[in-house]
Unconditional design. Structure first.
Length: 440
């Protein structure tokens, strides 16, 4: 536990990735935290020490802080608000039909906060919310709170990644605090000062946009390198070498330049689209983002085409070992997973599938069902008797595949590496045909 100068009583509303990790980390920093959610099953699980999500180190962190009585869980949202001086809104903001963010959960929480405002509180939005949301939160709280009630609102977007969220929370590159109330900003800044990260103090709208602009920029890097991979494919260059070479320029950086089957997950697809909607709402056509989304959508077809071409246009009756189902490594999350979309596309082409993911099997089953899909016990079980290996998620385990062992049980020694995890030369040396994304 870190000894912090200002001890706070904190309520975090919403126990998804952001809420749960934020609550656990704040309690570990020494604050009194109650995590509240209206979903009873989730709270019941958490009270028993069972995590609703797979996240490295989360269970240990939660259980340690519960034991030391700094962290608790409740479905009584009203009570959690009344007993706290700082209230974090960390509910989901999924896409609605038009692609913009569905803010109904944020509005509902703001109303509940207003109705339970018994003394001065700072209300902080952690959820990813479009420009103008925090101003509306302020209004809703005001409309629903007793006459003369005092409060402040602060926008404090979260930048943690699934799979490394606890590390990210303790090692953030920056803290963004947006508000029209400088005193509230200064108070919330004390929560983060021990991290020694730059703290950007600004207005609501700029803070809200930092989050969307950051996610959209990272997504742009991925679509950019995926386009470069297409050129590498046609021109006989190697995208890995190109991204290494580009990344050595400090102005560019090496991160998020891994070409693959396209970005997925619960954030990038939703946030890029929501930012595009925001720009349209302000009568601006954000052309670049249109391109980013278009490239991402097409990338999986590029991958599938290589497989179809290799099997001369007919995948019917062929069996593929699909390695990876999660949207990325170190998570069981399959939301907007391109891996799952590829599995469905291969099935649509008449292929049989033997799938394996170190963490996401259960979540994938809910989406894929059992039709022509065999859920393998492990990597080698998935490979057995297959006509080819499709690497779909960037798990380290797949990068370390024992090629000699795999070759013994495969019908055909061919690998379609959708994440560029393997070294083409070594794979070919082991007697395989190799197809990557823009590899030589
Ligand atoms: C992303 C951001 O990285 C976080 O900073 C942000 O807080 C989070 O969204 C959010 O808004 O909540 P996350 O969705 O956990 O985090 O996943 P990333 O690690 O960013 O990966 C997103 C997708 O891009 C994955 O499908 C991944 O496989 C893909 N990717 C990533 C690539 O294809 N190439 C790369 O070089 C990097």
């Amino acid at each position: 536990m870190i000894v912090i100068p200002t001890h706070m009583k904190i309520s975090v509303i919403g126990t998804g990735y952001v809420g749960l990790v934020t609550g656990a980390v704040f309690s570990d920093w020494g604050h009194d935290v109650v995590c509240a959610d209206i979903i009873e099953e989730k709270i019941a699980m958490l009270k028993k020490g069972v995590m609703p999500i797979y996240e490295d180190g989360l269970k240990e962190l939660v259980n340690k802080n519960v034991k030391e009585e700094r962290l608790s869980f409740t479905t009584d949202v009203a009570k959690s608000i009344k007993e706290s001086e700082v209230v974090f809104i960390a509910v989901g903001t999924p896409s609605n039909q038009s692609g913009s963010a569905d803010l109904s959960a944020v509005w509902a929480v703001a109303k509940t906060i207003g109705e339970n405002l018994n003394d001065y509180k700072i209300i902080i939005t952690k959820s990813t919310v479009p420009v103008g949301t925090n101003e509306r939160v302020w209004e809703i709280v005001k409309e629903n709170s007793p006459e003369g009630a005092k409060f402040a609102c602060v926008s404090n977007p979260e930048f943690l990644r699934e799979g490394t969220s606890i590390y990210d929370a303790n090692n953030t590159d920056r803290v963004i605090l947006g508000s029209d109330d400088p005193k509230a900003i200064d108070k919330i800044a004390t929560l983060y000062e021990h991290l020694n990260a730059p703290i950007v103090k600004c207005d609501f709208r700029s803070a809200e946009l930092v989050k969307y602009a950051s996610n959209a920029f990272l997504a742009t890097k991925i679509s950019f390198i995926n386009e470069i991979a297409r050129i590498c494919h046609s021109a006989g260059a190697d995208v890995k070498v190109v991204s290494e070479g580009m990344g050595l320029d400090k102005r560019i950086g090496r991160a998020f330049l891994n070409a693959g089957i396209g970005y997925g997950g619960s954030c990038f697809p939703k946030d890029v689209e929501a930012l595009y909607r925001t720009s349209s709402d302000h009568e601006y056509d954000f052309r670049l983002l249109r391109g980013v989304m278009d490239v991402n959508e097409r990338q999986k077809y590029f991958y599938i085409e290589q497989i179809v071409r290799h099997f001369k246009g007919n995948l019917s009756g062929k069996t593929f070992a699909c390695l990876g189902l999660a949207f990325k490594n170190n998570t069981d999350d399959t939301r907007k997973s391109v891996a799952l979309e590829i599995v469905k596309m291969l099935r649509g082409e008449g292929a049989r599938l033997r799938v394996f993911d170190p963490a996401a099997m259960e979540n994938a089953k809910k989406v894929l069902g059992n039709d022509v899909i065999y859920y393998a016990k492990d990597l080698m079980d998935a490979i057995e008797g297959s006509d080819g290996i499709c690497i779909l998620t960037e798990w380290q385990e797949f990068a370390e595949i024992d090629l000699a062992e795999a070759k013994k049980t495969l019908k055909k020694a061919v690998i379609f590496d959708g994440r560029n995890l393997l070294d083409p030369a070594s794979v070919r040396k082991a007697g395989f045909e190799y197809f990557g994304i823009g590899r030589r």
